[in-house]
Ligand binder design. Structure first.
Ligand code: KDG
Ligand code: MG
Length: 403
């Protein structure tokens, strides 16, 4: 019987903030879990330190499911991003420990590999159509089979997904939130031109993806979906805000462009209708924000019954620890679709030594017992926390809009 003896939270900022939970046991094994909630990091730190860690000490480390239920049901205040990110971190760390105790990578504990590698998509972006087309070419040259493309919009000073740093795009870029300006009209006339150019330039082969970032109403999203149909997107992501799941029904009835949603979901209850009514094609919930491997497994199982495949969020604010967990999950999950992969900077990779590797458009988690990711605490301590916010977004007349 392996007991939890201690746990601590490590905050580090090797270029961006990451929160990591480390759980120790009386058998000389430890596990780590990602607890990063972009722009609200300290809320999860306090939740873990003040309300979770005291309960964990003395618990049996191998009872992953029971500990999940304890933290979910037992706290009374269910769900929400802070609670679920904290639960996710505990869950990941416990799977890491179980893998290490068994001498197996976590994908083996889940049921073994269902595929040889995990297809990933990278982010290409540019200020202009020409620049974006060129950037997509660079990803194709690196071996990527799937590329998300975002482009600047003439007449708008800045646009979601377009940044100066092409390889390490980082949206949480201000000690206070920066402000972007949005025009749905300008966007809807411009965005389809990008995909027309991309198909003309690169042909039918590469998978092309696009993120609308919750900016449209259902009928506007339906129009975009129809306009993009000739270019056969792999998916159109977050075309509307999903606070109201019924909104996707309106989009769905007008277009056959595949729909992906869910990077901000933290529970199956955020997507029950979307999945059950087959209103989406890909669910983007992640290990770090949707309750860890334990809960994501449940979401994926439910999705599998309804022809919905996985497409986990994997931006830079999801740490290498989350990526290791996601890749173990993805290698196993029967209804895998794709995994987002935004590369971390060399500074971040050095703080989190990991086994996963990229080849020809696919990632593999490696075969080290557990999640295959560690944290170099000495190095982490050299990068203290720096408050950083995601931007906010306003319409041209100053009205607050969705980011
Ligand atoms: O924390 C928010 C980012 O991860 C988000 O901007 C990234 O939309 C995103 C994506 O699809 O990766
Ligand atoms: Mg997104």
């Amino acid at each position: 019987m392996m007991k939890i003896t201690d746990a601590k939270v490590i905050v580090t900022c090797p270029g961006r903030n990451f929160v990591t939970l480390k759980i120790y046991t009386d058998e000389d094994l430890y596990g780590i879990g990602d607890a990063t909630l972009n722009g609200r990091e300290k809320a999860v730190v306090a939740y873990l330190e003040e309300h979770v860690i005291p309960c964990l000490i003395g618990m049996q480390a191998d009872r992953i499911e029971d500990i999940w239920q304890y933290l979910y049901r037992g706290c009374y205040w269910r769900r929400g991003p802070v609670t679920m990110t904290a639960i996710s971190a505990v869950d990941m760390a416990l799977w890491d420990i179980k893998g290490k105790a068994a001498g197996m990578p976590v994908y083996q504990l889940l049921g073994g590999a269902s595929r040889d590698g995990v297809m990933v998509y990278g982010h290409a972006n540019g200020e202009t159509l020409e620049e974006t087309v060129e950037e997509v070419g660079k990803y194709i040259d690196m071996g990527y089979k799937a590329i998300r493309a975002q482009t600047g919009i003439p007449g708008l000073p800045s646009t979601y997904g377009v940044s100066g740093d092409k390889m390490f795009y980082e949206p949480a870029n201000g000690a206070l939130p920066s402000e972007n300006v949005w025009s749905t009209e300008k966007y809807l006339t411009h965005a389809p031109k990008l995909f027309e150019r991309l198909r003309e330039t690169y042909g039918d082969e590469p998978h092309l993806l696009h993120d609308v970032h919750h900016r449209l109403t259902p009928i506007e999203a339906a129009r975009l979906g129809k306009l993009l149909e000739p270019y056969r997107l792999f998916w159109m992501e977050d075309c509307v805000a999903a606070d109201n799941q019924e909104g996707l029904r309106r989009v769905r009835e007008h277009t056959v462009t595949p729909l992906a949603i869910g990077e901000i979901f933290n529970s199956i209850w955020n997507c029950k209708t979307l999945i059950e009514e087959q209103l989406i094609d890909y669910i983007r919930a992640t290990v770090v924000h949707a309750g860890g491997i334990t809960h994501l497994r449940q979401i994926a199982g439910f999705a599998a019954l309804h022809h919905v495949r996985t497409g986990c969020h994997g931006a830079t604010d999801l740490s290498p620890v989350c990526m290791g967990a996601a890749l173990n999950f993805n290698l196993w999950v029967p209804n895998f679709g794709i995994q987002e992969y935004m590369r971390h900077t060399p500074e971040t990779d050095a703080v989190f030594p990991h086994e996963y590797s990229f080849k020809d458009g696919y990632l593999h988690p490696g075969n080290k017992p557990g999640l295959g990711v560690d944290i170099d605490e000495k190095l982490a301590a050299k990068y203290p926390y720096q408050r950083a916010y995601l931007p906010i977004n306003r319409l041209q007349d100053g009205t607050m809009w969705n980011w």
